[in-house]
Design a protein around this ligand. Structure first.
Ligand SMILES: Cc1cc2nc3c(=O)[nH]c(=O)nc-3n(C[C@H](O)[C@H](O)[C@H](O)COP(=O)(O)OP(=O)(O)OC[C@H]3O[C@@H](n4cnc5c(N)ncnc54)[C@H](O)[C@@H]3O)c2cc1C
Length: 299
């Protein structure tokens, strides 16, 4: 069965959108702001915080980047108006970083003004390695304007521990994740063992440092090790949170964490550009293919 799942997941990018939609549904919180608002409110009612991402990256021109800025600004205002417990997560290539750094910087400056005015936090997602230094530079500059800005460090990159050491401050709000892109061997760990080892090292450094730690993984072994570490070192629960992606089936663990009094935040993506994001998620867990097929055909 697992070979069948993996094979279907591998060819799914070539399927028409209507065929992929049922597989995408668990991961994507709808196509518009009304649909995502319902999901955030439901998560908040269950005791979870959220961070909302408008799906998409790499715009082609300035006009498209401005449109994305407008959608994010509307999202921030909706979060504030509806008093939802949510931040936003944004990719700088979505705001024009792939065209010119200045375009992304100008758009992001406008977005942080909206975030600051509405007291809604903003996390800059981390993208592939050609953008790492520029994203960290823009992040550091943004902190001077709004201390509700955070960013991300990827455990698969060799450089990450040095980046983290250079960033550590009491304003730091940092998500640690494994990293989703394919990176070359000369700059990144390739094996799960090495990536997990680095994830733990980064997490421990951040948890013992001055900033706020967001531990973003579905890897139960890592979550358990982090729990052991925070208990042993008596790290205050207000200094960190766990994060997971909407739709990844680890509800039981998240519930357990929440019931122990830890903060848990769910990353909720939405928008018309759901196709590529869903394909990535399905490839991470081809088992989803058989779950959905069983459901569809009531097997
Ligand atoms: C909140 C959050 C924000 C993120 N932000 C970024 C970012 O800014 N930049 C970036 O490069 N990456 C980001 N990622 C993605 C991250 O880098 C990993 O690629 C992804 O989380 C999978 O790694 P894992 O830690 O879950 O470990 P894995 O070893 O991949 O998985 C651990 C377990 O979880 C299960 N699992 C993992 N993914 C899925 C899935 N989609 N469906 C079902 N089961 C699954 C696996 O089957 C496995 O059993 C983010 C992840 C999270 C949770």
């Amino acid at each position: 069965m697992s070979l069948i799942n993996t094979s279907i997941a591998a060819i799914m990018p070539y399927f028409p959108k209507w065929m992929v939609k049922p597989f995408a549904n668990p991961y994507v919180a709808g196509e518009n702001i009304v649909e995502v608002t319902k999901i955030i409110k439901s998560l908040n009612q269950q005791g979870y915080k959220s961070t909302v991402d408008i799906l998409g990256e790499f715009v082609e021109d300035e006009k498209q980047a401005s449109k994305v800025l407008k959608s994010y600004s509307k999202l921030v205002k909706t979060i504030a108006k509806e008093q939802m417990d949510s931040t936003i997560s944004v990719k700088l290539t979505h705001l024009g970083l792939g065209i010119k750094s200045k375009i992304a910087q100008k758009n992001f400056s406008k977005l942080i003004e909206v975030g600051k005015e509405n007291r809604v936090g903003i996390t800059i997602d981390m993208e592939n390695s050609p953008y790492t230094s520029e994203i960290l530079r823009i992040y550091k500059e943004s902190l001077e304007i709004f201390d509700g800005v955070g960013t991300v460090i990827q455990a698969y990159l060799f450089r990450s521990l040095n980046d983290l050491k250079a960033l550590d401050s009491n304003k730091l709000n940092l998500r640690i994740c494994k990293g989703i892109y394919n990176e070359p061997k000369d700059i990144s760990f390739q094996s799960k063992i090495d990536i997990n080892k680095n994830f733990l090292e980064l997490s421990k450094y951040l948890l013992k440092g001055k900033g706020y730690a967001c531990l973003a993984t579905h890897d139960l072994e890592l979550i358990n090790s982090i729990e052991d570490f925070v208990q042993l070192n008596k790290i205050d629960k207000s200094k960190f949170e766990f994060q997971a992606l909407h739709g990844v089936p680890i509800k039981e663990k998240l519930n357990e964490l929440k019931n122990k009094g830890y903060s848990v935040r769910i990353y909720v993506p939405y928008g018309p550009e759901w196709f590529e994001y869903s394909i990535r998620r399905i490839k991470e867990n081809p088992k989803i293919v058989s779950y959905i097929l069983k459901n569809m055909f009531k097997l």
